[in-house]
Ligand binder design. Structure first.
Ligand code: AMP
Ligand code: ZN
Length: 112
């Protein structure tokens, strides 16, 4: 039993609305959406944060971005676009310490 909620979602021990899965990556709806479409794209292997990345993690991070591209196409945002966001550590606003890419679409964000 892990105390990481995203590992529990990956193991199907915690409910989530799963939108995409492949051998390395899972994507599911954010429980508190901040945009009309708000997904979290996570590596299936636990990596705590960008600060914990090792050179060997490059492929899985790239796979997360490619999953975002696939989701953008599947959800009709390939032309309109979307925002990908990684919150990194305490001052980056990271709350869940399992690396995740926020996929935010359907709104035009202001600012950075
Ligand atoms: P961050 O601040 O970048 O760590 O973002 C964590 C995100 O995870 C937040 O947007 C939360 O709403 C979301 N979240 C936390 N728990 C769950 C959960 N069980 N299922 C789906 N999303 C979650
Ligand atoms: Zn985890």
């Amino acid at each position: 039993m892990t105390d990481c909620v995203f590992c529990r979602i990956i193991a199907r021990q915690h409910a989530a609305d799963i939108e995409y899965e492949d051998d390395a990556v899972l994507a599911f709806k954010d429980i508190y959406p901040k945009a009309p479409v708000h997904l979290l794209i996570v590596p299936k292997r636990h990596i705590a944060s960008v600060m914990a990345l090792a050179p060997g993690d490059a492929e899985v991070v790239g796979r997360c971005v490619l999953a975002a591209k696939s989701l953008g196409e599947a959800k009709g945002f390939a032309e309109r676009g979307y925002r990908l966001r990684l919150n990194c550590g305490p001052e980056g606003g990271q709350v869940v310490y399992h690396l995740h890419v926020h996929f935010l679409a359907g709104t035009r964000p202001s600012g950075v």
